[in-house]
Design a binder for this molecule. Structure first.
Ligand SMILES: Nc1nc2c(ncn2[C@@H]2O[C@H](COP(=O)(O)OP(=O)(O)OP(=O)(O)O)[C@@H](O)[C@H]2O)c(=O)[nH]1
Ligand SMILES: [Mg+2]
Length: 316
């Protein structure tokens, strides 16, 4: 628990029995739950994680993104922290990242791998690949993201609904950052961290994953606008809760019978169920259209003889 917020750490694992034990042993006390997504492991990953106190969620469908989506759905915290189960990301940086998240009122932090703790740097091919992908991200989306492939993020749970990442593979890492950093309602930040040596065998396929991520960036550049617009459409309420059509609303007794009567027959006395009401002055209260989001007066009683609406109609 940190400043009244529950903290969940989500870790996707595919055959990480050596790494996960080391990661869980370093977990700071602010963390309320650790969700280890056991992604089709054939070793003792699940058993080791459970013994170390983590909640293990099985996910039989392989894929880094697939594992994360399952983990996010299972996490119960208000703030979600992610990292690999291989010891590369520092669990002891979590309190500092949470402090910045709260102090700066940020919604999403991506941890940038700055320097290696042991002083050993990554292989040149990986450094080059990361530079190309991060450079392409900056050029295509005009966002200064130094480490687009980092797997450590700290974000508020409610931001996840706005981001809605979908990719099943390694590209989820860049997808989630692009969606967060380009979202108009989210405050995002990149913070440097030290990274450690990998424990166990890498699951990254440098060429395949590298090119998949690069093509995904291009596809996302063209699809992002459409995706944002689709997310903006407010879904209609479910059928059973659909509001009654305006004509069936009975703001006062006698409304229905009056509206069914031919227009020339409507007299102030017949029209009103309300004492003292007149045809023009007795308009029913404006109603809010759930699809158009406008407040509309009833055209039946507020329109003039040419059928023009005379009542107030305003958009909120
Ligand atoms: N690549 C990959 N990783 C998975 C999968 N399912 C879970 N994971 C986990 O996702 C995390 C990231 O994979 P890594 O192999 O560490 O990839 P990486 O961090 O880009 O590469 P390294 O620098 O070698 O660690 C690890 O904890 C994996 O165990 C999967 O299907 N594919
Ligand atoms: Mg890793």
């Amino acid at each position: 628990m940190y400043r009244g917020k529950r903290i969940s750490v989500v870790i996707p694992c595919h055959n990480e029995e050596e790494g996960i034990a080391a990661v869980l042993a370093q977990m700071p006390s602010v963390v309320d739950e650790v969700v280890v997504v056991d992604n089709a492991s054939t070793d003792r990953t699940a058993e080791v994680a459970r013994t170390a106190g983590a909640r293990v969620v099985p996910e039989a469908r392989k894929g880094y993104g697939r594992a994360y989506k399952t983990g996010f759905a299972a996490a119960r915290g208000d703030v979600i922290v992610t990292m690999d189960g291989d010891g590369t990301y520092p669990p002891d940086s979590i309190p500092l990242l949470l402090y910045v998240l709260a102090e700066e009122r940020v919604d999403f932090i991506s941890a940038r791998r700055w320097r290696s703790r042991s002083g050993e740097s990554k292989s040149p091919i990986r450094l080059l690949g990361n530079a190309i992908l991060s450079g392409a991200t900056m050029c295509l989306f005009f966002k200064f993201i130094n480490d687009s492939q980092s797997g450590m993020w700290v974000f508020r749970r409610d931001a996840l609904q706005k981001i809605d990442p979908r990719h099943d593979g390694m590209a989820l890492s860049e997808e989630i950052k692009i969606l967060a950093f380009t979202h108009p309602d989210l405050r995002c930040l990149e913070m440097p961290i030290y990274y450690g040596e990998r424990i166990g065998e890498s699951k990254l396929n440098i060429w395949r994953d590298g090119f998949t991520n690069l093509f995904f960036l291009a596809r996302m550049r063209f699809g992002l606008g459409r995706r944002r617009r689709a997310a903006l459409v407010t879904p209609l309420p479910p059928a059973e809760e659909e509001p009654t059509p305006a004509r069936a609303i009975q703001p006062w007794p006698g409304w229905r019978s009056a509206s069914r009567t031919r227009r020339r027959d409507i007299s102030p006395t017949r029209w009103s169920g309300r004492p003292g009401a007149t045809v023009r002055g007795s308009s029913p209260p404006p109603w809010r259209s759930p699809t158009r989001r406008t407040w509309t007066s009833c055209p039946a009683c507020c329109s003039d003889t040419r059928g023009r609406t005379t009542g107030a109609s305003r958009t909120r």
